[in-house]
Design a protein around this ligand. Structure first.
Ligand code: DQA
Length: 147
């Protein structure tokens, strides 16, 4: 059975109460339950993790190698700053789908650049919490195409 890691970065533990006009009212627990249900319905394993710490996210990407077949990654603000996350993805060569709840290209200029994008299979952004299941389907399709 294919196994996917949903990895959320800084401040995403505040989902539901953090700037709901941008990120919506869905909590991280809701998102994780939605992803688990999606995995069950479609027959793949889903594991969820979140950290506010860059190094812990690097560790989680390293640990995913050999444990999971791919990652859906919302790196939060580290998207726009972290060469370490870029290198971790490049180093493990795991397929990563980059995910953002908001449309980062319709927001401040500093959100337009992603260090994740060059090492991601693709990116889904702007569809709120529904983006997580879209990203899961995109990753599953990629894994099936490449296996
Ligand atoms: C985000 C977009 C980032 O720019 C921001 O720093 C976040 C959330 C999103 O999901 O829309 O923390 O990744």
């Amino acid at each position: 059975m294919l196994s996917v890691l949903i990895l959320n970065g800084p401040n995403l533990n505040l989902l539901g109460t953090r700037q709901p006009e941008i990120y919506g009212h869905t909590t991280l627990a809701d998102v994780e339950a939605m992803c688990a249900a999606h995995g069950q319905a479609k027959g793949f394993e889903v594991t969820c993790a979140q950290s506010n710490h860059e190094g812990a996210l690097v560790d989680a990407i390293h640990a995913a190698k050999g444990t999971h077949d791919g990652i859906v990654l919302n790196a939060g603000a580290y998207t726009h700053s972290s060469i370490a996350l870029h290198d971790a993805i490049a180093g493990t060569e795991l397929p990563v789908v980059e995910l953002h709840l908001s449309n980062i290209h319709a927001r401040e200029a500093f959100r337009h650049h992603s260090f994740i994008a060059p090492v991601a299979v693709g990116m889904i952004c702007g569809f709120g919490a529904a983006g997580y299941t879209l990203a899961l389907d995109a990753l599953l399709g990629h894994l099936e195409d490449t296996s």
